[in-house]
Design a protein around this ligand. Structure first.
Ligand code: SAM
Length: 276
């Protein structure tokens, strides 16, 4: 058996009570279509399979994949590969409808995994993910706090995130340097509803573009997106404010005003979509 691979974020959960608590928090029904990200040695997989008639899991480590196939029954469909390369919309279609995502994920690709889910959100019911506690705090942060940023706005806009509970580093082998937390993200409209932006791309560009220059005013951030000064005169929100002061609803209003005024946004100057 090879050593845990740091490059694959391999910190295996050995505390069965925590694993059970995570699976219990999902309130599963036997016919739920669940996709587990990074099953590893199966800490969550076993408890998930106890409750489900079928489970799909995606694991990149071929050695672990072999072991999982040998350990679990034909109720487990194991996809060997990089989760980010799996087309989630197609997978959901193959499984027959919206999926529920679960996983103690590799922390080094938390943001890309969140955007992988967000970009396929119409195929996703909800997500129960273990992540670094610090990232969980960013997802659930309120405006005017140091943790409030791009991830907070996107997570709260698309999925009403809830931090369910913290998990001690001692629950893992090898012991990580950080505390972890379970976050629940609801993509099926069960949480508090945010108004939907008229144009999703403009909303995303405005959030990224203004937070890209966090210490600067909204005016400077929008100018950085190529919006001409003249066009900004029509915006009702005070552009002397800074991005971290805006609620998600205010970001939506700002994006909608720009959309209504047909303002040209330079999408190229926004950062890469996974670079939150
Ligand atoms: N779920 C297991 C547990 O709780 O013990 C393992 C958790 S470990 C933090 C993350 C797992 O994700 C590892 O098994 C690792 O091999 C796998 N992994 C890493 N990168 C991956 C990727 N891009 N796609 C799929 N699985 C990946």
């Amino acid at each position: 058996m090879s050593r845990p691979k740091k490059s694959l974020g391999q910190n295996f959960l050995h505390d069965a009570n925590i694993a059970r608590k995570i699976v219990d928090s999902m309130h599963l029904q036997r016919d739920n279509r669940v996709v587990e990200i990074g099953p590893g040695k199966g800490a969550l997989t076993g408890f998930l399979l106890e409750k489900l008639s079928h489970l799909t899991a995606i694991e990149l480590d071929d050695e672990l994949a072999l072991q999982l196939r040998a350990t679990f029954s034909e109720k487990l469909t194991l996809i060997l590969g990089d989760v980010l390369k799996v087309d989630l919309k197609t997978l959901a279609k193959q499984l027959g409808g919206k999926v529920r995502i679960a996983g103690n994920i590799p922390y080094n690709i938390t943001s890309p995994i969140l955007f992988w889910v967000i970009d396929a959100r119409e195929s996703v019911r909800d997500c129960t993910l273990m992540m670094q506690h610090e990232v969980a705090q960013r997802l659930t942060a309120k405006p005017r706090t140091k943790d409030y940023g791009i991830l907070s706005v996107f997570a709260q806009y698309y999925a009403a995130p809830k931090l369910l509970f913290s998990v001690s580093p001692k629950s893992f082998t090898p012991v990580p340097e950080v505390t972890s937390a379970i976050v629940y993200l609801n993509f099926s409209g069960g949480g508090p509803q945010q108004p939907q932006a008229l144009n999703d791309s403009i909303f995303r560009a405005v959030v990224r573009g203004t937070f890209g220059k966090r210490r600067k005013t909204l005016r400077n951030g929008l100018r950085g997106l190529g919006v001409p000064a003249q066009e900004l005169k029509n915006i009702s929100l005070s552009l002397n404010r800074r991005p971290e002061e805006l609620t998600v609803t205010e970001f939506v209003s700002l994006a909608d005003e720009l959309t209504r005024h047909n303002v040209n946004i330079s999408f190229h100057s926004t950062r890469q979509k996974h670079d939150a």
